[in-house]
Design a protein around this ligand. Sequence first.
Ligand SMILES: *[C@@H]1O[C@H](CO)[C@@H](O)[C@H](O)[C@H]1NC(C)=O
Ligand SMILES: *[C@@H]1O[C@H](CO)[C@@H](O)[C@H](O)[C@H]1NC(C)=O
Ligand SMILES: *[C@@H]1O[C@H](CO)[C@@H](O)[C@H](O)[C@H]1NC(C)=O
Length: 216
Amino acid sequence: MQFKNFVAAAALAASASALPAAQQEIKVVDSAVGLVESTANPNQAVDVPATNLKTFGLIAIRSGSPLQNQGLTALQSGLSIGRKQDANCYGETSDFATFQLNVETEELFLFNTTELSKQQFYTDRSGMGRGVLQYSNGIDTSFGKRSETKGFAINENGSLQFDGSDFLACPYGDSETEWTVSIDVGNIDPFYTGKNCTGFIAKTIETTTPVGCFYN
Ligand SMILES: *[C@@H]1O[C@H](CO)[C@@H](O)[C@H](O)[C@H]1NC(C)=O
Ligand SMILES: *[C@@H]1O[C@H](CO)[C@@H](O)[C@H](O)[C@H]1NC(C)=O
Ligand SMILES: *[C@@H]1O[C@H](CO)[C@@H](O)[C@H](O)[C@H]1NC(C)=O
């Protein structure tokens, strides 16, 4: 998605958060791009109906923190806040990651226009992984024994969660403006950096012009 759209959407979300909970839900966009075969028999059941796919960007909600209203970026197999992505968007530019959720299987992908991306998210909530959140590179899509790919969902407030958990932003190295994103499994310093991570809500933001990319 374009930066301009994203900022406008972020402002919208910020004002929306002042509304009562019932009105807070932010609509996500159904994306049917390239997912319905034009030659398909309409009476035939399709494996993944396009209406089961939601396409959106994510912004961090944690009022009073520097994370507030920042868009999530995808790079180096993970999600971050404050770090620039280096994605191949087929001639377009995209400063923030665009996601695609299969609401039926609860699987989360990066959005890649013409076909369902092979860049799929997985987490490991075991004592080994402690909520680490990564995406596959699209080539090797075999996940480890402790990896979970299913459990992503958008809640009643329009926020993405994994099995009811929100997210953590953990300081990236010594930087005070860059964070690595993981699933909040209840450990404030899951990766033993000696610095506390900050919990945040990942608000989904409608995108009417999703930009498909391959994320490096
Ligand atoms: C993204 O889409 C392009 C064009 O269809 C395709 O060549 C590529 O393999 C896809 N990449 C992933 C990671 O799905
Ligand atoms: C939705 O937002 C309201 C108000 O902020 C909050 O009380 C509630 O717990 C939220 N629901 C979920 C599922 O997070
Ligand atoms: C991390 O949080 C704990 C518990 O709130 C606190 O005692 C500790 O001082 C914090 N550590 C840092 C490095 O901020």
